[in-house]
Ligand binder design. Structure first.
Ligand code: AHR
Length: 665
């Protein structure tokens, strides 16, 4: 017994010393993480994405749902001509007849009040009719559904049988000519709301297909949440994202994604604010609402899906919540100077603050917590590792804003000191809201502040030293929205020049994201965007390529004096960073001139490096742009080049060059 005790004691001692060695190793690793060869430590979250549900970016865009108005919740507050039956067609092929009505008395969920009732009086059996007889509905999605031969499409619907006998359904995909290219059958079995599913496999490709749901037996039923998804969503996630569009974003390797929007977040009046809690849980229980940009949001792409996407592509989530005030332009008051800001009443602020705190618990809390359990129930027991929360979006800095922002940010800091609150500094690069926003943030010791500005390319060229003089002892900058007014190469290159200044000032510029990100052809509310798309084609702009060349080539140490150029010519810009994970040295060389310009690279301060490097160049004429007829008019070209410790580089006219060099130990 004593021997046993002694040996246990010995083991404990051994374990203790292993632990001490392990800990000291960990500490020494942390302590010895030195700037790589004298570089300046810069943000490793510098280049990310800002996703806003604007320009049909979510429904009809990144969100892969093919059915439009799946829950019959469209309404005239969104468009005067819209109603719950918009984008649906009542059909009764084969000399059949019946009745259809929109009802609200016994919905699936109170958040989803409208549904249809169909009363199938007669299913025609006339001998001369060829095809499927019945009474039902047709939906052509967002200007036609794109389906691929032999791919699987997952159909589902909620039905409540209102007559005694089961109802049989024929579900099909049809071409505009009515050719059936996929078919499946469903039969109801309950007088309660029940979800029925089927899968469809088209026999041919079609870019303009419709979904047809036909009751083929007589009877009465209620129907709601009719959905059709490709099985092949991004990473095959159910309720997932359109794979090709999501891949374009993933290819950028963004460090973070800010979502779900800018103005969309603070909303057109208090009732239109984006409330995150309404966007989680089963889709039939989510609260749909008017999108401030003049259409409908199903919230099918909701907080769970945003967080999941961030995780899937290795980006940090940056959700933005309203600062308990609505958009200053609410009700169209931008026409009279933006006086439309409304504030959550003080007696509702505690509940509002709780909603913000609940988000943090939902994202990070243990599965035993109230909100962590909801995340787990949705299929994600592990924490989403939330680190940043944005409060407010370029709000008018009024006393009402200040009071509420102060309350919310204090509550978050107090309960969750591990979370970084991102403040807001108005919609312009300077001016009253900008100054007041920064002052409030600094007074409250907010460590990151969101600036926004959209302006012309020359402004970006002429203001490349803006951040050189920013105080290093105040909050860091998140340039959450910026773009020069245009999608031509000159715009993209002006942005590239400006982006080198983020790297140079990466000790004070923590994050940056171009805006807006996505825009559906013919459905845009904001003309200048990063990626245009329709149902079939994606048209990336030169601005996309510039963003991608920076974000897929981020570093965490900055080196000055590596690239020599004519310092008097502010149309030239350059930066050098190193990624301490891979050891790669990354050069970015920008020429906004219309002729080639010389630059000299000196890599002598770096150790051994590979003899060859990957060089990617985006260059062309200033007015070059991509269009739907030629989506590849301007694309970057990559080649492998020989690298010496010092070399001359002739930066092509109107160009961005990225050279990525591998180092050796
Ligand atoms: O990016 C488009 C809009 O521009 C955003 O919603 C808003 O924050 C800004 O005014």
């Amino acid at each position: 017994m004593i021997n046993q005790l002694i040996s246990i004691q010995k083991r404990m001692k051994q374990l203790k010393s292993i632990l001490v060695i392990g800990l000291s190793l960990l500490i020494s690793v942390a302590v010895t993480a030195q700037p790589v060869k004298g570089g300046k430590k810069i943000s490793s979250d510098l280049f990310g994405l800002f996703f806003e549900d604007i320009n049909y970016s979510a429904d009809g865009g990144l969100y892969a749902e093919l059915v439009q108005n799946r829950s019959f919740e469209y309404n005239p507050t969104e468009r005067s001509e819209w109603n719950p039956f918009s984008f649906w067609e009542y059909i009764s092929p084969g000399f059949s007849y019946g009745r259809v009505s929109v009802e609200t008395s016994a919905p699936i969920h109170l958040n989803n009040p409208h549904y249809l009732v169909l009363d199938v009086e007669h299913v025609g059996k006339e001998v001369k009719f060829v095809g499927i007889s019945g009474v039902g509905l047709k939906n052509s999605g967002f200007d036609g559904m794109v389906v691929k031969a032999n791919d699987q499409y997952n159909f589902s619907m909620f039905v409540r049988q209102l007559s005694k006998e089961p109802i049989s359904f024929n579900i099909s995909l049809q071409t505009p000519k009515g050719e059936v290219i996929a078919e499946s059958k469903i039969s109801t079995s309950s007088n309660d709301w029940t979800k029925y599913a089927a899968s469809l496999k088209p026999t041919q490709n079609c870019d303009t297909a419709s979904l047809v749901i036909l009751a083929t037996t007589e009877g009465k039923f209620a129907i709601d949440v009719i959905s059709l998804f490709p099985e092949k969503t991004f990473k095959n996630r159910p309720n997932g994202l359109r794979a090709d569009l999501a891949q374009m974003l993933a290819d950028m390797k963004p460090a973070f994604i800010r979502f779900p929007g800018g103005c969309l977040v603070h909303g057109d009046g208090l009732g239109n604010m984006y409330r995150w809690e309404n966007t989680i849980g089963p889709i039939e229980q989510r609260k749909e609402q008017r999108n401030i940009w003049g259409y409908h949001q199903t919230a099918g792409l909701g907080y769970f899906e945003y967080f999941q996407f961030c995780e899937d592509i290795g980006a940090k989530p940056l959700p933005v919540l309203p600062a308990a005030v609505s958009c200053q332009n609410s009700g169209g008051t931008w026409r009279i100077g933006g006086t439309g800001q409304k504030a959550v009443p003080m007696n509702e602020m505690q509940d509002y603050i709780q909603e913000v705190l609940d988000l943090i618990e939902w994202a990070n809390g243990p599965v035993t917590s109230t909100w962590g359990a909801k995340r787990a129930a949705a299929g994600h027991p592990a924490s989403f590792n939330l680190k940043y929360v944005g409060i407010g979006n370029e709000d008018k800095i009024t006393p009402e804003f200040e009071e509420r922002f102060t309350m919310i940010s204090r509550a978050v800091k107090e309960k969750h000191p591990e979370i970084t609150v991102v403040g807001t500094a108005g919609p312009f690069h300077s001016g009253e809201d900008f100054d007041k926003g920064w002052k409030i943030a600094n007074d409250l010791k907010i460590t990151v502040v969101d600036e926004h500005y959209y302006t012309d390319p020359e402004w970006f060229i002429n203001n490349q030293h803006r951040y050189d003089s920013y105080k290093r002892n105040a909050g860091d900058v998140y340039l959450g929205e910026y773009a020069s007014w245009g999608n031509k190469l000159r715009n993209a290159i002006a942005e590239a020049a400006y982006m080198t200044s983020f790297e140079r000032n990466g000790d004070v510029v923590r994050m940056a994201s171009y805006a807006p990100l996505l825009a559906k052809k013919n459905f845009t509310q904001w003309k200048i965007d990063m990626i245009f798309f329709d149902n079939v084609t994606i048209c990336p702009t030169p601005n996309y390529y510039v963003q991608k060349m920076f974000s897929a080539n981020q570093g965490d140490f900055y080196f000055d004096k590596v690239i020599a150029k004519d310092e008097k010519d502010n149309s030239l810009a350059a930066s050098c960073v190193q990624d301490s994970n891979t050891g790669d040295i990354i050069l970015k060389l920008v020429n906004y001139n219309e002729t080639a310009k010389p630059m000299k690279v000196n890599l002598n301060r770096f150790g051994k490096m590979a003899a060859e490097a990957e060089q990617t160049v985006l260059a062309g004429n200033p007015d070059d742009e991509n269009t739907f007829t030629n989506t590849k008019s301007i694309v970057p070209a990559s080649t492998v080049v020989k690298i010496k410790k010092t070399f001359d580089y002739s930066a092509p006219a109107m160009s961005l060059t990225v050279i990525r060099i591998k180092t050796k130990n």
